[in-house]
Design a protein around this ligand. Structure first.
Ligand SMILES: Cc1cc2nc3c(=O)[nH]c(=O)nc-3n(C[C@H](O)[C@H](O)[C@H](O)COP(=O)(O)OP(=O)(O)OC[C@H]3O[C@@H](n4cnc5c(N)ncnc54)[C@H](O)[C@@H]3O)c2cc1C
Length: 386
């Protein structure tokens, strides 16, 4: 649902200006320094990028799902690290608070997440709990009177090295292996017993820091229990991830759009056998396949977003979006490397193409692997709930 076409157009124009004037010219610097320079983060804060999905009453823009998808498709046309910097605040680092937080928790955290003053993250995955989040969950939360004591290790947590607030899933009832034996906690960085490990050395997405998080007899007050009552942790996390799947699908679409732009530029200017390579029909076929798949992903995402905004159940559809868009981005990146030839493989010649090729590989792994989404989709189909 788009509430006000003019306001949305102005927002998208702001994002486009930021990309053209700030983000894209600094992409190589971000890769080299493996960080978004602080002055650029400041600009992103000033432009309101951290608050897109946070309700207006807490200082955010309160974007609808459709509006957020359109904004995400725009911002993700520059290096992935930019949107990852603000993306936890507009996604997994705030979503559980928006939907399940107490009024006090919302008042305490959402305005600062919306302004970008603090950075949020979601700490769910563990060394033994990946796709099977619940079965492998080993982080424990022991009720110790007026507080809980957390122990455990989280792995691959986006923005953990710089985060101020951790939304953490833990098992609070060791006798209950189901979702109702879990609780989600809002843990502030300076709570004694919480520490982040060194950054994982990733194959792409330089500038987006990811690390382990350790809880060692970490004392958290009872007021840190998301929603105020234990036993609802897994449900709250799944609700956030459900929303995140459509966010992520739109974030897969932006890099594909950018890659096709790069491919078109190259196809028009690179000459072989006396003609632009774009005149070869086999190259044209690759360009056409990219365009068809990008448009299909965009249409599926926006249709699903509108359904979600109407309050319909889109559990299966968000899996379809995430699965299709992430696989699509991989195929587009692969074709564009092909169109670039050797330049697509050499970082010093191919510009952003080799970098995007590495960056988009992650999309098929996190927020549910492709296989987990295939299973979700098939489960709905076989149940007849589609
Ligand atoms: C850079 C990065 C950032 C991340 N950010 C975050 C974050 O911010 N917060 C967070 O909590 N997590 C985060 N993750 C974790 C991510 O969500 C997990 O890596 C992902 O869910 C997969 O879990 P796994 O790596 O343990 O793989 P596994 O679950 O071990 O899967 C390995 C393979 O087995 C397949 N498989 C597993 N189970 C099944 C099954 N039942 N049926 C069929 N196939 C199956 C998978 O599809 C995959 O191919 C991040 C990961 C990375 C790499």
């Amino acid at each position: 649902m788009i509430r006000d076409e003019k306001r949305l157009a102005a927002l998208l124009a702001t994002v486009r200006r930021f990309m053209d004037e700030v983000a894209i010219p600094n992409e190589e610097r971000v890769e080299r320094e493996n960080a978004i320079p602080e002055e650029i983060v400041k600009e992103m804060r000033r432009l309101g990028f951290f608050g897109w999905s946070i309700p207006e009453e807490y200082g955010g823009a309160g974007l609808t799902t459709e509006e957020l998808c359109l904004a995400n498709m725009e911002i993700s046309q520059c290096a992935v690290a930019y949107r990852a910097r603000s993306g936890t605040n507009t996604g997994i680092g705030s979503e559980a608070i928006i939907h399940d937080g107490t009024d006090e928790q919302k008042r305490r955290y959402l305005p600062r997440l919306a302004s970008g003053e603090i950075t949020g993250c979601l700490a769910v995955t563990e060394p033994e709990a990946g796709s099977d989040l619940l079965g492998g969950l080993a982080t424990s939360a022991v009720d110790a009177g007026d507080h809980y004591i957390l122990n455990g290790t989280k792995r691959y947590i986006t923005n953990a090295p710089i985060a101020d607030l951790f939304t953490v899933l833990a098992r609070s009832d060791p006798t209950n292996k189901g979702g109702s034996g879990t609780t989600t906690f809002l843990v502030e960085r300076d709570m004694p017993g919480l520490s982040a490990g060194p950054e994982h050395k990733k194959m792409g997405q330089e500038g987006s820091p990811v690390s382990e998080v350790y809880f060692k007899d970490c004392r958290v007050p009872k007021s840190a229990v998301l929603g105020g009552t234990p036993g609802h942790g897994f449900r709250a996390v799944m609700r956030s991830l459900n929303k995140q799947r459509i966010n992520l699908a739109s974030l897969c679409t932006g890099p594909a759009i950018r890659l096709l732009d790069e491919a078109l530029r190259h196809a028009r200017t690179r000459k072989q056998s006396g003609q632009a390579i774009g005149e070869f029909q086999l190259v044209q076929a690759m360009l056409a396949d990219c365009k068809v798949e990008i448009s299909a992903a965009r249409a599926l995402i926006l249709e699903t977003a509108r359904k979600r905004d109407r309050g319909e159940d889109v559990t299966m559809e968000v899996s379809m979006c995430k699965y299709y868009a992430s696989e699509m981005a991989g195929r587009v990146a692969d074709r564009v490397v092909q169109i670039f030839g050797g330049a697509g493989y050499c970082e010093d010649i191919g510009g952003s193409v080799p970098r995007f090729y590495r960056d988009v590989r992650l999309f098929r792994l996190y927020e549910g692997t492709s296989q987990i989404h295939q299973l979700n989709i098939a489960r709905h189909l076989l149940r007849g709930s589609h």
